[in-house]
Design a protein around this ligand. Sequence first.
Ligand SMILES: Nc1ncnc2c1ncn2[C@@H]1O[C@H](COP(=O)(O)OP(=O)(O)OP(=O)(O)O)[C@@H](O)[C@H]1O
Ligand SMILES: [Mg+2]
Length: 287
Amino acid sequence: MINADTNAARDSRAASVITPHSDAMIAVDHLSKWFGGIQAVRDVSLSIRKGTITGLIGPNGAGKTTLFNIIAGHYKPTHGTVSLDGEDVTGLDPHDLFRRGLLRTFQLAQEFASLPVRENLMMVPPDQPGENLVNAWFRPRRVAEEEAKLRKKADEVLDFLTLSHLADERAGNLSGGQKKLLELGRTMMVDAKIVFLDEVGAGVNRTLLNTIADVIQTLHRDEGYTFCVIEHDMDFIARLCDPVIVMAEGAVLAEGTSEEILANEAVIEAYLGTGLKHARPQRGATP
Ligand SMILES: Nc1ncnc2c1ncn2[C@@H]1O[C@H](COP(=O)(O)OP(=O)(O)OP(=O)(O)O)[C@@H](O)[C@H]1O
Ligand SMILES: [Mg+2]
């Protein structure tokens, strides 16, 4: 629990960490969200700059997922605005944001369990011609061509994710880590501008976590993806993210490099009693 002094310190810090950048892919301005009597997000202003892998950390209940849900259109904010690439997108629904290149994964993987892995990927792109009855009846060749293209793309994505051998497996039979990789794969089936990953490493073994980190780095480097990553594992955050934004009790507490964040007294205080997993990145060690 953060005491009153820390709250005061946080409030003064919060004002100083507001960073409206001209190269913001996402700009959140004075965002608040109430659930009944609970204020899950408190007057948050922050930017996610183009071309970054921005980390979002904070103790359980800090408001990270709620912030994602507002940005991705799942919840309407009580106050405040969200802009995407300079355009106000506050209150747009997730489908609309998806078409504009804003993608997210969920804290709990959302695969279609009874469908094969490949089909899980093939169904991602919106407005496939086969979904339109008129097309399906009168332009079957076009539908077949589109499906062949999608299948090829899905197979490329599976190859990239090292999941090719599981293409025909029911998605429900994948391990937790493989489901997270599949979620990441869904973001590769369309042209994403920014991808929000909510605890993509939770419950994932080290080997798969390394694969996930490699995939994120490659998409960032070669495809120009911007990422915002929620994760409790500080090794993972320190390896991938710059900058790192810290939330506590619904508000932004600090922003900086992972080294600055790990040395920040207010951050350490906010995590007291909760335990910051792998709090100190091991220099030179490959996580
Ligand atoms: N749909 C909801 N209805 C009511 N309260 C909610 C809802 N979603 C979140 N909350 C509350 O809002 C606060 C922030 O929750 P949130 O899930 O955003 O935190 P978090 O930082 O993602 O935590 P964790 O690290 O545990 O995933 C918590 O007190 C939570 O109980
Ligand atoms: Mg969460």
